[in-house]
Design a binder for this molecule. Structure first.
Ligand code: GLU
Ligand code: MG
Length: 439
């Protein structure tokens, strides 16, 4: 090891879903807990292409502190790097320690706390990631196959081993349907920890891949014709007794009244939410009908085309179906900040619960087979088809906008406008290449 010094990264994840941070000597980490490390507001205006949006609300002045959350420390020495992977998620605060209104991790913590205060419910969440290895030169094998995983011998096992040691609690790794595509699922955990784990999982997979000379890409589309890489956000509502309050076998599709209202809030605000869960230009090449991603404001029972999918329950060997019952939000990808994406889902669900909105129609079948009128009756609207449209929907939705401070929205919109401008005139292939190089 380099002079026996190991470094601990104190990190924050920005609007571009890039995890950035500062490193301290791991032996001295404890002394950084109270006061954190320095940070600055303008970093939040960084585009995924590493240029600060111009104009932005922040300019060159201003200082913050990035305070590590010692309960969110993830360590492993199994990534194949010279020194251990050691990451601590932090919260951005003002210099006096008060929360910064634009810290995405704090936005999620507040949304979860408000859900709990208003309804007594908390959320168990698991982020399911798909990614592709680029230009490995590995032999092609059948998709979803045994050989598909084994051909990259050691890679999949190393990922699982590193995630396990870091405390991410991975469940399954598969060779997925796309070219050199893999998927990792994790066990469910409290909402904030789930978003922390999403950040850690991406960085560990990137690091393990880099150490093998490969690039792992989580871009929603690595090429216009490629299979999409989704981030599917699974969630269930948990009551004060620790029971799964999402499940009620006496109701349609087993969805409890509370979960129905939660889903109704999400479906109602979906067009605006997509800007926060599918946040890049290329995200909208993925959100198309017949690609098992999602493309309508659609709550579906065990249907992978639906945006909210009621997942199957397992009753083998007398297992309690309530244990595994959960809803999956499929209109997300890794260009969206996981804290922000989940915060938006929680806020929308809470709005549904507070408004006591009835469960939306649970639609089965292909929306494309319906007439416009039938789709209207079932509340099936096409999701925004471009990032510009999604941002427009967010701007127009005063309820969703009210969940964020005006300065946060200004930063978000300004950065995204700048990102779109920097891609103007490029064809889809080139745009996919730009994103796959940075995600
Ligand atoms: N790759 C699909 C997506 O873009 C998901 C396939 C699946 O259902 O796992 O979301
Ligand atoms: Mg999958």
């Amino acid at each position: 090891m380099s002079g026996d010094v190991a470094l601990t990264g104190i990190v924050t994840t920005d609007i571009a879903a890039v995890t950035r941070g500062r490193f301290v000597d791991s032996d001295k980490f404890d002394s950084s807990i109270a006061g954190g490390v320095g940070w600055l507001q303008a970093n939040l205006s960084l585009t995924p292409f590493n240029v600060i949006a111009d104009p932005n609300p922040w300019g060159s002045s201003g200082d913050l502190r990035l305070l590590p959350d010692p309960g969110a420390r993830y360590r492993t020495s199994r990534t194949g790097s010279e020194t251990p992977f050691d990451m601590v998620a932090g919260n951005l605060v003002e210099l006096d320690g008060s929360p910064w209104s634009c810290c995405t991790r704090t936005l999620l913590a507040n949304a979860l706390a408000d859900l709990k205060a208003a309804t007594g419910l908390s959320l168990k969440v698991a982020f399911e990631h798909e990614f592709q290895l680029l230009d490995t030169g590995l032999p092609r094998e059948h998709v979803l196959s045994f050989a598909g995983l084994r051909r990259a011998d050691g890679f999949a096992a190393q990922i699982m081993s590193a995630l396990e040691e870091a405390g991410v609690d991975p469940e399954v790794i598969i060779s997925e349907y796309g070219e050199d595509q893999f998927e990792v699922t994790c066990s469910p955990v409290d909402g904030l920890a789930a978003a922390d784990r999403a950040v850690v999982l991406r960085e560990i997979i990137r690091e393990v891949s880099r150490n093998r000379g490969w690039k792992a890409s989580f871009a929603p589309k690595t090429a216009p014709s490629s299979v999409g890489n989704g981030v599917h956000i699974h969630f269930s509502l948990i009551n004060a007794d620790g029971q799964n309050a999402t499940y009620d076998p006496s109701r349609p599709s087993g969805l409890s009244k509370a979960a129905g209202s939660f889903c109704a809030g999400v479906i109602k605000h979906l067009p605006a939410l997509t800007a926060l869960t599918a946040s890049s230009v290329s995200s909208y090449y993925r959100l198309k009908p017949h690609s098992w991603s999602s493309s309508y404001t659609w709550l579906g029972d065990k249907d992978r085309e639906a945006t909210l999918r009621i997942c199957p329950t397992v009753t083998i060997a007398g297992r309690d179906p309530a244990r595994s019952f959960n809803i999956e939000y499929r209109a997300a990808d890794a260009t969206a900040n996981p804290y922000l994406a989940l915060a938006a889902i929680v806020r929308a669900g809470l709005a549904g619960l507070e408004g006591d909105i009835p469960c939306p129609p649970i639609h089965s079948g292909d929306p494309a087979d319906l007439t416009d009128e039938q789709r209207m009756e079932r509340g099936l609207l096409r999701l925004p088809e471009t990032l510009a449209d999604a941002l427009g929907a967010l701007k127009q939705n005063s309820v969703v906008s009210s969940w964020f401070s005006p300065i946060f929205l200004e930063t978000f919109m300004g950065m995204k406008d700048f990102e779109m401008k920097s891609l103007e005139g490029l064809d889809q292939q080139t745009i996919c290449e730009r994103y796959r190089a940075v995600y």
